[in-house]
Design a protein around this ligand. Structure first.
Ligand code: PMP
Length: 459
């Protein structure tokens, strides 16, 4: 157990010794971090005893909600039995075998193999090496460029951040690495102009074809995309986008990679985002909901076409000490069984997901400065805009989003701001009553935000 300390003592020690991810250490340490000490269901508690609704499921990962004893029990039993063994040198172990078989059962039919990692970033680094190895093993070593999208998020390692299309990440560390290029994102609200969403979806997809033709298909290994961009702001492509992307990949013989790190394991009300949009990827990076965040674990689902080549081309010289860690694997398997056996994904598809989406619409569709109220399953977002009639955003993106996010946080509701979009991805176990409570609180927070914006002359 941790030593009991006052909030101030925690904050002082944190400021003295801990560097936070994606944070400005100086301003954070002046304010002091909020110390989160406990979680149960869809709620977390801080060290001051405040109860907070977690509208983000941690970092889009605690699909099962907090406090599931079965997962703690699985970890405990596995630690007693076999806390670690590797799978590098002609060995395996029961938790990794059980998890692999379960993943083959739950993923689309072309997936019968998994390569395990510890995170989404490592999964995407694995994908880069695997896609290039796949073509090199077939005598095409030059077929190695990966095409991704502007404003994509694929992780924070050198490979993951290079695949990602975040310019503020590329600005640090001389990224992207060579051999990765980016095309436009399918963001109709911002880029669609006069086109209908369906027309624009085709146009955005055809940017891939243009890029393949420019580079030469013989030089392109793969296209990667999140079915719905998460960290980029819950950007839901028009229905025409993914089928056209699939057609282009097939026609030019390019591997299709669906980054399911957020969309996987029920977030859209289907087990995987590609199933929601109806396309069949060759590779599928996974993480987050795989263990509901109870243990760090990720992986790459490998489609039969790629697996056949990998399994017949000698050593694949890649792997991490903790690839297929027994405790993480045991916890992931326990998590997946609960998601399956309690029908949680189906409930999001048929009941709570549509209910949640309707509630967001009812709350904000008619608001004078909120627009593009959007969502699928348990993913949702809405955007602060200057002029709805012209789809005009505010001049200083992120300014209003940050003000709004801080008001939500102060009122004990966690949502995230991406530019001026407010995004939400609650645990999949959230009930109708909890949805009502969350959205009523969000409405109050939006009201307070309007007051704050008016006071600053922003609206
Ligand atoms: N891919 C996507 C789509 C993600 O959203 C994330 C994390 N938000 C990652 C990859 C990276 O995963 P991790 O943070 O576990 O490395």
């Amino acid at each position: 157990m941790n030593t009991p300390r006052t909030t101030q003592a925690w904050q002082a020690l944190d400021a003295a010794h801990h560097l936070h991810p994606f944070s400005d250490a100086h301003s954070l340490n002046q304010l002091g971090s909020r110390v989160v000490v406990r979680g149960e269901g869809v709620r977390i508690w801080d060290s001051e005893g405040q109860c907070i609704i977690d509208g983000m499921a941690g970092l889009w990962c605690v699909n099962l909600g907090y406090g599931r004893k079965e997962l703690a029990e699985a970890a405990y039993q596995q630690m007693l039995e076999l806390p670690f063994y590797n799978t590098f040198f002609k060995t395996t172990h029961p938790p990794v075998i059980e998890l692999s078989a379960l993943l083959a059962e739950l993923t689309p039919p072309q997936f019968n193999h998994v390569f395990l990692t510890n995170s989404g970033s490592e999964s995407n680094d694995t994908v880069i090496r695997m896609a290039r190895h796949f073509w090199a093993a077939q005598g095409q070593p030059q077929k190695k460029t990966l095409i991704s999208r502007i404003n994509a998020y694929h992780g924070s390692t050198i490979g993951g951040a290079s695949l990602g299309g975040m310019s503020y990440m590329h600005a640090q560390g001389d990224l992207p690495i060579p051999g990765i290029v980016h095309i436009e994102q399918p963001y109709w609200y911002v880029n669609g102009g006069e086109l209908s969403p369906e027309e624009y979806g085709l146009k955005a997809a055809r940017a891939l074809e243009a890029k393949i033709l420019e580079l030469g298909a013989e030089n392109v290994a793969a296209f990667i995309g999140e079915p719905i961009q998460g960290a980029g702001g819950v950007i839901i492509p028009p229905s025409t986008y993914w089928p056209e992307i699939q057609r282009i990949c097939r026609e030019h013989d390019i591997l299709l990679i669906s980054d399911e790190v957020i969309c996987g394991f029920g977030r859209t009300g289907r087990w995987f985002g590609c199933e929601y949009f109806g396309f069949a990827p060759d590779l599928m990076p996974i993480a987050k909901g795989l263990s509901s965040g109870y243990q760090p674990i990720g992986g790459v689902m490998v489609g039969d076409r790629v697996a056949q080549v990998l399994m017949n081309s000698g050593d694949f010289n890649h792997g991490m000490t903790y690839s297929g860690h027994p405790v993480a694997a045991a916890v992931a398997a326990a998590n997946l069984k609960i998601l399956r056996d309690e029908g949680i994904v189906d409930r999001v598809r048929d009941d709570t997901g549509p209910y949640l989406q309707k509630k967001w619409q009812d709350a904000f569709a008619d608001h004078p400065h909120l627009d593009d109220v959007r969502g699928v399953g348990f993913l949702a977002a809405f955007t602060w805009v200057k002029d709805k009639s012209r789809r005009e955003l505010f001049a200083n993106p992120g300014e209003i989003g940050t003000i709004c996010r801080d008001i939500f946080f102060k009122n004990n509701l966690i949502m995230r701001a991406v530019g001026d979009s407010m995004v939400s991805a609650p645990p999949l176990v959230m009930t109708r009553t909890e949805i009502d409570e969350m959205i009523a609180l969000a409405v109050r927070c939006v009201g307070q935000t309007m007051d704050a914006l008016a006071a600053r002359g922003l609206v």
